[in-house]
Design a binder for this molecule. Structure first.
Ligand code: NAD
Length: 338
């Protein structure tokens, strides 16, 4: 049978991307909803066949412990709320899938890991690129040496944030809820990609930030932040993250034999891969897959088979640590060793 998921937070990403994609899941189904807006929750419960008694508010959320239909709680709330709801879910005896960024501080990430460990529950961070066919193929080709020795990576991730037009963006410019700006939200894809494309952890970080403080969007959170990562093998990665440039989500790995380009690297669909060298360019045929369904099924399989997820809490914690080091390097104007 399929494992039951409770969706916590019925916002834009939950309702437009996650919930509709359960239709392609083999091992996962929606069995509960948690929302502060009863009308919206009721309507979605009807649409997705969720029992009325399995619709919770943030106040009575903890009683989800008595619902045997719920195996896994999926947290899709503003970033600074991830920690509280992950911990409450673990204490209610449920496994947790949590959106990126894992939390807005290293301490919160550590508390989340500890709470799930104490309750003997799985914790997975929803890094969907790790379940997306083009990214998996890129990792595979790099590991097999198709590019030769990896020398450099570049990745750019940004989009114009629109807090007055899009409700989902309104909390993204509030530091208390978002934790930070473009880096926490979208630059994290560049950071994470540098790590999974190299298969290494960075040892040194530099960064520069610029935000126009007269723009009301950037009173509290950063706009442009560029960073470099030096990896033990000598690979240098150079990334940009922005809340003001026209949408880009790309990455390129440069080897001594060939380069590999993903553009987009981290979109919801329509990825492309190009590989180039002295011998010319090619565009490998890769079948587009449902990364959301693959991610949800992976979580369900890990719970069913008592396995550690490919992207556990520790993976989310690492990125939050590097994000803090990027902010520190930008602030000090000096390289930070990690
Ligand atoms: P959203 O604002 O549309 O959704 C957040 C939900 O939380 C809303 O339903 C809102 O009502 C609810 N909420 C509860 N308490 C709140 C409070 N105090 N303030 C504000 N909202 C509150 O945002 P979203 O774009 O769906 O993002 C939600 C989470 O999902 C974020 O952590 C974000 O980083 C993540 N996300 C991930 C991806 C991805 O591709 N993996 C894409 C988009 C968003």
């Amino acid at each position: 049978g399929k494992l039951g998921f409770a969706i916590v937070g019925l916002g834009k990403f939950a309702t437009e991307q996650i919930m509709p994609n359960f239709k392609d899941c083999k091992y996962a189904r929606i069995t509960a909803l948690v929302s502060g807006t009863p009308d919206k929750a009721k309507k979605l419960a009807q649409e997705y066949g969720v029992a009325e008694k399995s619709v919770y508010s943030y106040e009575n959320f903890d009683s989800i412990k008595d619902n045997p239909e719920v195996d896994i709680v999926y947290i899709i709330l503003p970033n600074s709320m991830h920690a509280e709801y992950t911990i409450r879910a673990a204490q209610a005896g449920k496994h947790v899938l949590c959106e990126k960024p894992m939390a807005t501080s290293v301490e919160d990430c550590e508390k989340m890991i500890a709470a799930c460990k104490k309750a003997n529950k799985k914790l997975m961070i929803a890094y969907r690129a790790h379940y997306e066919p083009f990214n998996l193929e890129a990792m595979d080709r790099i590991r097999k040496g198709e590019l030769g020795k990896l020398r450099a990576i570049t990745s750019d991730h940004g989009r114009p944030v629109k807090p007055t037009e899009d409700k989902a963006d309104s909390w993204r410019v509030v530091k208390k809820l978002a934790g930070g700006g473009s880096l926490m939200d979208i630059g994290i894809y560049a950071l994470n990609a540098c790590r999974y494309l190299t298969g290494e952890e960075p040892v040194e970080i530099t960064a520069q930030e610029f935000s126009d403080k007269s723009d009301p969007r950037f009173k509290e959170v950063e706009d442009n932040i560029h960073f470099t990562l030096r990896f033990p093998s000598g690979v240098l990665a150079s990334c940009t993250s922005s809340y003001s440039y026209s949408e880009v989500k790309r990455g390129r790995a440069f080897g001594d034999k060939a380069w590999l380009d993903l553009d987009p690297l981290s979109d919801y669909k329509e990825h492309t891969m190009k590989i180039g060298s002295d011998e010319g360019k090619q565009e490998p045929k890769i079948k587009e897959g449902n990364q959301f369904a693959a991610e949800l099924d992976h979580m369900a399989e890990c719970v069913r088979d008592n396995k550690t997820p490919k992207t556990p809490g520790e993976e989310g914690l690492k990125d939050v640590r590097y994000i803090m080091a990027i902010y520190e390097a930008a602030k000090k104007g000096k390289a930070v060793k990690v």
